[in-house]
Design a protein around this ligand. Sequence first.
Ligand SMILES: *Cc1c(COP(=O)(O)O)cnc(C)c1O
Length: 487
Amino acid sequence: MREEILAFEKASQSLDPSPDERAGLRGQIISHTEDFIDHIEDRKAFFSDSGGDSIKSAKPGKETDTIEGIISKLREELDSDGINPASGGHLGYIPGGGIYASSLADYWAAITNRYAGVFFANPGAVRIENKLIRWLNDEVGYPDGAHGNLTSGGSIANLVGIVTARSAMNIKAVDIPKSSIYMTQQGHHSLDKAIKVAALHECHIRFVEMDEQYRMSIPSLKRLIQQDKEAGIRPFLLLGSAGTTDLGAIDPMDQMADVAAENNMWFHVDAAYGGFFMLTEQIGDRFRGMERSDSICIDPHKGMFLPYGIGVCLVRNGELMKKAFAFKASYLQDIEGANEEINPMDVSPEMTKHFRGLRMWLPLMLYGIEPFKACLEEKLLLAKYFHSEISKIPGFEAGPEPQLSVVTFRFLPEEGEPDQVNKKILEELHKDGRVFFSSTTIDGNFTLRLAILSFRTHLRTIDLLIEILQQIVQRLHLQPRPVARSN
Ligand SMILES: *Cc1c(COP(=O)(O)O)cnc(C)c1O
């Protein structure tokens, strides 16, 4: 038997490479990723078609290749395909981040592979996560006793908030048909998904009207609640947005908090996109009232520019999270009582998870919060700058003054259907690829939309975009619709 064991050990040796082998692998990957960053300004933000089909034809587990071979294939098919979220030219959807320090923190976290689900297993890792959660709770203005969880992203953070609400409000299966949830049509679809996953979709889901700035209308909310109460339906969950994805609209938090308190409802705020703007002077107290909510979703892989894979759910009363998520297992009996702090696994659907705290901790500890604030202030101003510059170009009509860093606009042509013309402009932009943005539909109109949130988007990016848009208008021979003159 000993010989057989040793033979297997030998056959699996490649899983634990020697120092020389590690240096070889590391050198190749680092030189590739350094080259990627060194040339990020020249790389497209969008690749409409990449070469090669080695990924399509690959047979994982059945074939092997050298690191050089793997990199050379993936350079095209992975790094030069679709959207490039590392590019400052990415202004589509909600742009991603990817700050360097976090990538190294991930490397570190993966090498040491600390277990961040349970305090007993790695007190340091859990302390780091809980400290970050406390920091955010302080920033939003939640009291002592608030807690939270680092999730994989905003969708799961919304799910954690909604499941906590269901448990805290004691909504059982029999109550579902007699309970109601309120949101606007601008609420992110991850809220609808979370409602469904939490089996709350058979509640009455009320879409509250919006004002002209696409914020929840309080009179409409009050009216719907009143009607539901009269019909014997229990309003239990109010969903607000601190920055909608479509338009960056900020719901009236303070008044929503009043309504929630008056009606004994759980108030959850989706601040996945907008949340970190609370740190800026420009937004100042525009989120006032958010501190009176019961739970908040906020996405560091958006507003803190971290690489994808980190969201946060904050809950005003941390004990309620434990009620919703904590379970016991006999094989974990040794660790009961050994946990000085709340275990992440006790406030989350996850157990074993990536140690995500380090990727947020390292940059915060290295640089402090100031550069993050400055970067967010810059984004808010860039959105205003774009809004004013695009308005100066004949034919372009900008949407509302941006509340955060999303700007919508359309070209109004002298001839032709505006929707078709704007689709064509977007197609041309994607073909060019140096800058990428996407579209949305507002009041039935196909609308161009950009969101500025990449830490690499700067003034030169916006100037380049304006130049590209002007070139496209010329190339397509578009004439602006004459402006109606008022005498
Ligand atoms: C991005 C976003 C989400 C979803 O977050 P993920 O991190 O993509 O899961 C939820 N709400 C809003 C407002 C968002 O912008």
